[in-house]
Design a protein around this ligand. Structure first.
Ligand SMILES: Cc1cc2nc3c(=O)[nH]c(=O)nc-3n(C[C@H](O)[C@H](O)[C@H](O)COP(=O)(O)OP(=O)(O)OC[C@H]3O[C@@H](n4cnc5c(N)ncnc54)[C@H](O)[C@@H]3O)c2cc1C
Length: 589
C-alpha cells in the first residue's frame, strides 16, 4: 500500500509519460510558422484615445515639476542674488552667486551642503534601520508590553512634537555636560534628536507594511534553520523595500527641507554693536563689556540677508549699565550684570548723582541713554556692606549655583548674613570694586581705578550726607528713599531683596563699597523680519521659502511684541514663542 512518503514513487510513471508526450508535441510543432495577426493600418485617433493622451498628461506633469527647478536656476544666475523679484526668467545673467558661495569664507556653502547631506543621509539610514528593527519586533514577536507599546506610539503621535522641545533641550544640555562630543552643537547630537523624533511614526508605518508580508515565509525560513537576524535582513527587508524607500525619502526630505535661523543676536560682536548703535544715543562707549558669549556675533544675519531675508530695526538694542568685569572670565571681555536692588546711590563718571527716576534697576534704556550722553563709558554705585549682602544678585547661570544646581542649602544661605558666595568673590577679586572704612579712603580707591576721569568727590560726599539726612524724615523728598520704602511693603522684597533703610555713613552698616559700572552688551531687538509664523520676509514683503527666524536672530520684532522699553527678563519668553510659531508652521508644512 502506498504510504504518505512513498506515494510519489507510485504516481511517478504517470507524470513522466505526460511530460514526455508534451515534449514530443512541442518538438513536432517547432518548424511550424507562428500565427501573426494581420496588421491594421495606424490610426492616430485610435492610438491617442487608447495611449497617446497619457503621454500628454505625463509631459504636462514633468513640465510642472521642472518649473521650480528652472525658477531656482534662473534666480541663481540673477546677479541681484535674491529669490524674489526674479519672476522674469533668465532676464539677467551672471555667475557671481556661484563664485560667492564657492569662494567666500564668510559663506562656507560647500561645508554647509556637505553637513546637510551628511546629517540628512545618516538620519535617513538610521531611521529606516531603527524603525525597521522596531517594526519587525512588533510585527513578528509576541512579548509583554507589545500592545501597550503600539498604542503608546499612536497616542504619542497625537501630540505636536514641539511639546518635547524643552525636554529635548534640557536632555541635550545635560548630555553636553558629561559627553560634549554628542551634546549641543554637534552633528551626532542633532542626528540623535532627529532619529528620536522620527522613530514613532515611521515604526508604525513600517509595522503596517510588515504585517502584510505573510508570516508563512518566515516560518518556512525558520524550518530551514534561519534565525531572526537572517529573516529580518535577507527576507523581510527585501520584501519591504518600497516602504523602506518611502521612509528614507520622507526622513531625508524632512531633515533637509526647513531651515530655522536661531543664531542669536549681535552682542558678542562689538564692531557690529557700534555700527548699529542708535543715533539718538550718540556714540557708543569706547569700552564695552560682553554680556554674551563670543559666538553671539551676528554672522548669520548678513548671510540670511544674502539669501533674500530683510534685516530690520538693527539699531534697537538692549544693553545694561551695571556691568562689572568678570574676574574669572568664560569668554573675552566677559562682563557680569549686577541685578541691583534699589538702595545703592548711582553717580556718573564725574560724580554727579543720576537724575530721577534713574535708580538701580528702574529704567535700563533710560539709564543707558543718560550715561552715554555724559561722554564716559562708566558710572559708579556707592553702597554699604549691608546693601551688597541683600541687594546684589549677579546675572548668569554660573553666578547662581544655588538656583541652577537646585541646591537648597546654598539657597538658604541667601537668607543668612554675609553676601552670597559669588558676590563676595567679586568684592574680593573684582577689579571694579573698592572697599574702604572711610569716605576719603573710598575716594582714593575710586581715583586709582579710574585715573582718566576727574571725580567730583565733594559732590558725592554732599549727596550722601543729604540722602542720609532724609532718613530721619518720614515725608522725605528723596524719591529714591521713597522707592526703597515702597519696595519693602512687598513682603518678598523685604525678605530677600531690599535692605532695611540705613545711613550710608553708619559705620555699623559698613564697610563702604564703590563699584565701577560698565556698559554691558546683551540683547538685540533687530534682526530678520518675519511674519507671525516666524517665516522670514524679503524686502518686498514676500515670504522667503523655507527660511524661518526665531529668538534673538528675529529680534523679537524690534521689541514690538512686548514693547521696546518693557523687555526686562522677557527675552527667553520671546525666544520660546517665536520658536513655537516656527515649529507649528513647519509642522503644518
Ligand atoms: C547671562 C545672561 C542672562 C540672561 N538672563 C535672562 C533672563 O533672566 N531672562 C530672559 O528672558 N533673558 C535672559 N537672557 C537673554 C536670553 O538668554 C537670550 O535672549 C536668549 O538666550 C537668546 O536665545 P537665542 O536662541 O535666540 O540665541 P542664543 O541662545 O544666543 O543661541 C544662539 C546659538 O546659535 C549658534 N550660532 C551662532 N551663530 C551661528 C552660526 N553662524 N552657525 C551655527 N550656529 C551659530 C550659537 O552657537 C548658539 O548656540 C540672558 C542672557 C545672558 C547671556
Amino acid at each position: 500500500m502506498a504510504t504518505k512518503n512513498n506515494r510519489s514513487w507510485v504516481e511517478a510513471p504517470v507524470v513522466e509519460s505526460e511530460i514526455l508526450a508534451a515534449a514530443l508535441d512541442a518538438e513536432s510543432r517547432r518548424h511550424e510558422r507562428p500565427y501573426v495577426p494581420p496588421k491594421r493600418p495606424f490610426n492616430f485617433g485610435r492610438w491617442f484615445g487608447a495611449t497617446g493622451w497619457r503621454h500628454v498628461v505625463g509631459l504636462v506633469v514633468v513640465v510642472f515639476a521642472l518649473f521650480p527647478i528652472v525658477f531656482v536656476i534662473s534666480s541663481s544666475l540673477n546677479p541681484q542674488g535674491t529669490l524674489t523679484g526674479s519672476n522674469a526668467l533668465f532676464s539677467q545673467f551672471g555667475l557671481e552667486s556661484y563664485a560667492r558661495i564657492l569662494t567666500d569664507p564668510q559663506v562656507p556653502y560647500p561645508q554647509w551642503f556637505a553637513n546637510t547631506l551628511l546629517v540628512a543621509s545618516i538620519t535617513a539610514i538610521g531611521t529606516v534601520f531603527l524603525g525597521g528593527l522596531a517594526a519587525y519586533s512588533f510585527s513578528r514577536m509576541r512579548f509583554t508590553g507589545r500592545r501597550f507599546g503600539l498604542i503608546s506610539i499612536v497616542v504619542v503621535q497625537m501630540f505636536p512634537q514641539m511639546l518635547a522641545v524643552v525636554a529635548i533641550f534640557l536632555l541635550m544640555s545635560s548630555i553636553s555636560d558629561w559627553f560634549p562630543a554628542i551634546g549641543l552643537n554637534t552633528h551626532i547630537g542633532l542626528i540623535m534628536v532627529y532619529l528620536g523624533g522620527a522613530l514613532g511614526v515611521n515604526t508604525f508605518l513600517m509595522y503596517g507594511f510588515f504585517n502584510t508580508i505573510p508570516a508563512s515565509i518566515d516560518e518556512a525560513a525558520k524550518i530551514d534553520g534561519a534565525g531572526h537576524a537572517r529573516i529580518f535582513f535577507t527576507i523581510i527587508l527585501r520584501l519591504a523595500a518600497p516602504i523602506l524607500a518611502v521612509v528614507a525619502l520622507l526622513s531625508f526630505i524632512f531633515t533637509v527641507n526647513e531651515f530655522a535661523v536661531a543664531s542669536g543676536g549681535i552682542g558678542g560682536n562689538h564692531d557690529l554693536v557700534r555700527e548699529f548703535w542708535p543715533e539718538r544715543m550718540g556714540v557708543a562707549p569706547e569700552r564695552l563689556l560682553s554680556g554674551v558669549p563670543a559666538h553671539v556675533d551676528g554672522r548669520m544675519l548678513p548671510i540670511a540677508e544674502r539669501a533674500g531675508a530683510r534685516l530690520v530695526n538693527g539699531d534697537r538694542m538692549w544693553h545694561y549699565t551695571e556691568g562689572i568685569t568678570n574676574w574669572d572670565p568664560v569668554w573675552p571681555e566677559h562682563g557680569i550684570r549686577i541685578l541691583p536692588g534699589p538702595s545703592s546711590l548711582w553717580f556718573d563718571a564725574e560724580g554727579r548723582r543720576l537724575p530721577v527716576p534713574l535708580f538701580p534697576g528702574f529704567d535700563t534704556l533710560g539709564t543707558l541713554e543718560h550715561i552715554v550722553a555724559t561722554g564716559h563709558a562708566h558710572s559708579w554705585f556707592v553702597l554699604t556692606q549691608k546693601i551688597i549682602e541683600k541687594e546684589f544678585a549677579l546675572s548668569g547661570s554660573e553666578q547662581n549655583p544655588d538656583l541652577t544646581g537646585k541646591d537648597l542649602k546654598l539657597l538658604a544661605d541667601r537668607l543668612g548674613s554675609g553676601a552670597p558666595g559669588p558676590v563676595e568673590a567679586f568684592k574680593q577679586h573684582g577689579v571694579d570694586f573698592v572697599v574702604a572704612d572711610t569716605l576719603p579712603e573710598l575716594f582714593d580707591g575710586m581715583r586709582a581705578i579710574s585715573p582718566e576721569v576727574p571725580i567730583d568727590t565733594d559732590n558725592i560726599e554732599r549727596e550722601i550726607v543729604a540722602r542720609d539726612r532724609e532718613l530721619e524724615n518720614e515725608f522725605s523728598k528723596d524719591l529714591q528713599l521713597t522707592a526703597v520704602r515702597g519696595a519693602r511693603k512687598y513682603r518678598g522684597d523685604k525678605l530677600i531683596r531690599v535692605a532695611t533703610p540705613h545711613r550710608i555713613l553708619d559705620p555699623k552698616a559698613g564697610p563702604l563699597i564703590a563699584v565701577k559700572l560698565h556698559v554691558l552688551t546683551r540683547k538685540s531687538l533687530g534682526g530678520i523680519q518675519t511674519d507671525l509664523d516666524s517665516r522670514a520676509l524679503a524686502s518686498d514683503g514676500a515670504v522667503v521659502p523655507g527660511l524661518y527666524a526665531v529668538g534673538e536672530a528675529a529680534g523679537f520684532g524690534g521689541g514690538g511684541v512686548h514693547g521696546y522699553r518693557a523687555l526686562e527678563g522677557t527675552f527667553l519668553g520671546g525666544c520660546l514663542f517665536t520658536g513655537r510659531a516656527a515649529g507649528r508652521a513647519i509642522a503644518r508644512g
